[in-house]
Design a protein around this ligand. Structure first.
Ligand SMILES: C[S@@+](CC[C@H](N)C(=O)[O-])C[C@H]1O[C@@H](n2cnc3c(N)ncnc32)[C@H](O)[C@@H]1O
Length: 219
């Protein structure tokens, strides 16, 4: 199974940016209402765990059930986790409470209310592609802060993830979305070589806001 398999199994697909927030919320609420168990934490976190800062303030944006938020909290981060779906946020809050983990989970439309500048030491985005939000995400990092991003690529080897290419990354596109950040790790293996091996179907990025940089004003 490709790294995005768990997403496909749950029938998830990314946001329809043209859709009404209420319709979108109802769609995700229904999916999370029938979801069984938690997905795996994002591969980009597990693969590049050695790059994580020791601790600090982390944000999982469009977190869904928040498996990565919980994973980060277990590793010493104070985590904010935002998603449009109240059903997902309720489940995440319950999990965090059960485990005694510092996860502040909130229902939030991140397009209407993007993260404020200069607030987080780490931001994770997984399987959510809202290109217009990229400048606000970069600016929401504190100087030296790290962005961990993964989502589906167009040059895939399986049918995991959304079929509409609009919701998938073109080659190198993820790099271009964050021009002011320093690339620390990037993977997009496409279809070359032995496609039975490696990290396929996804582009992964770890990028850092330069130390001492001023916050970028969101557009
Ligand atoms: C494919 S799921 C990914 C969930 C999670 N990041 C993961 O990888 O398991 C996309 C998520 O984006 C959320 N979402 C879509 N539009 C949103 C918006 N405008 N604001 C906040 N969350 C949104 C959906 O509710 C859904 O949970």
């Amino acid at each position: 199974m490709g790294p995005g398999g768990s997403i496909r199994e749950r029938g998830l697909s990314p946001a329809d940016p043209g859709g009404d927030a209420g319709v979108l919320r109802a769609k995700w609420d229904q999916r999370y209402g029938s979801a069984e168990g938690l997905p795996e934490p994002a591969l980009v976190l597990r693969e590049y765990a050695h790059l994580l800062p020791g601790r600090g303030e982390a944000l999982e944006l469009a977190c869904g059930l928040g498996a990565s938020a919980l994973w980060l909290a277990e590793r010493g981060f104070r985590v904010s986790a935002w998603d449009l779906s109240p059903v997902a946020i309720r489940q995440l809050s319950a999990h965090a409470q059960e485990r005694g983990l510092p996860v502040a989970a909130s229902v939030r439309d991140v397009i209407a209310e993007p993260p404020p500048p200069d607030c987080f030491d780490l931001i994770l985005v997984a399987h959510f592609l809202e290109r217009g939000l990229a400048p606000a995400i970069a600016a929401a990092l504190r100087p030296g802060g790290l962005l961990f991003y993964q989502t589906f690529s167009r040059e895939a080897v399986s049918d995991c993830g959304p079929s509409d290419p609009m919701y998938r990354l073109a080659p190198n596109e993820l790099l271009g979305l964050f021009p002011d950040l320093i690339v620390r790790a990037y993977s997009d293996e496409g279809r070359i070589g032995d496609t039975g091996r490696g990290i396929r179907d996804l582009a992964l990025l770890v990028a850092q806001r330069p130390e001492g940089s001023d916050p970028e004003p969101p557009p």
